[in-house]
Design a protein around this ligand. Structure first.
Ligand code: ADP
Ligand code: TYD
Length: 211
């Protein structure tokens, strides 16, 4: 895959369901655009036509619809398409790419949720994706609160939320461990505060990375 130019910034948000990632992505994109940056706001699974089609396959329906292994292949296929068609062209054009979830979510949800598949996740990532974000903001919060916020949204995309609170607790601990594993690119932000307070921290971190 062609390496992206150094002048774009690839920024990802991670965290459990309902932690406020989508809200913070949107606010950060608005603020950076007001400051004159060219921003591409995107998400995973999805972010390109093909990947959005795969999104429906993985997020809707019964929790047992796919095994963790099959899911891993589907998420990786979606990510490859998203990378080729949306992320890399934007970075080559010098834009700021803000992405709601990326490969760290696969390391957690497919790598940890049903047994230990982390080594397989890493191998497939190496083979098909390779790229890591420049900066990853982990919105950390209490899983009970996250799940109640997520459930309050009333969408059909609840396959993962339907795995329940134990999965969310495991994911929170896993994300915090991942932040230590990849410490240079991770920043942990306390998401259990009002939206504006979280947004101020998010903006400060993004601006530090841009300068
Ligand atoms: P995620 O993308 O991490 O699942 P969302 O941004 O969709 O989270 O937020 C989940 C719900 O919680 C939404 O209804 C949103 O309006 C609300 N929300 C987000 N951030 C906060 C916050 N800091 N305090 C209270 N509610 C919030
Ligand atoms: P998302 O739409 O970000 O959900 P939420 O707003 O509730 O956080 O992501 C949907 C689900 O997809 C989420 O439960 C995590 C899961 N997911 C994976 O299992 N693997 C992945 O690689 C990605 C990107 C997401």
């Amino acid at each position: 895959m062609t390496p992206a130019a150094a002048n774009g910034l690839f920024l990802t948000f991670e965290g459990i369901d309902g932690s406020g990632k989508s809200t913070q992505c949107r606010l950060l994109a608005e603020t950076l655009r007001q400051q004159g940056h060219q921003v591409v706001l995107t998400r995973e699974p999805g972010g390109s036509t093909g990947a959005e089609e795969i999104r429906r396959l993985v997020l809707e329906g019964d929790p047992d619809r796919w095994s963790a292994e099959t899911e891993l292949l589907l998420f990786t296929a979606a990510r490859r398409d998203h990378l080729e068609r949306t992320i890399e062209p934007a970075l080559r054009a010098g834009k700021v790419v803000i992405c709601d979830r990326f490969a760290d979510s696969t390391r957690m949800y497919q790598g940890l949720s049903r047994g230990d598949l982390r080594a397989t996740v890493d191998q497939l990532h190496q083979l098909m994706i390779s790229r890591e974000p420049d900066l990853t903001l982990l919105i950390d919060m209490d899983p009970e609160l996250g799940l109640s916020r997520a459930k309050g949204r009333q969408t059909s995309e609840e396959r993962f939320e339907d795995f329940g609170i134990e999965l969310q607790q495991k994911m929170r601990a896993g994300f915090l461990a991942l932040a230590q594993e990849f410490a240079p690119r991770f920043r942990v932000i306390d998401g259990g505060r009002p939206i504006d307070a979280v947004a101020a921290d998010v903006l400060a971190q993004a601006q530090a990375a841009l300068s």
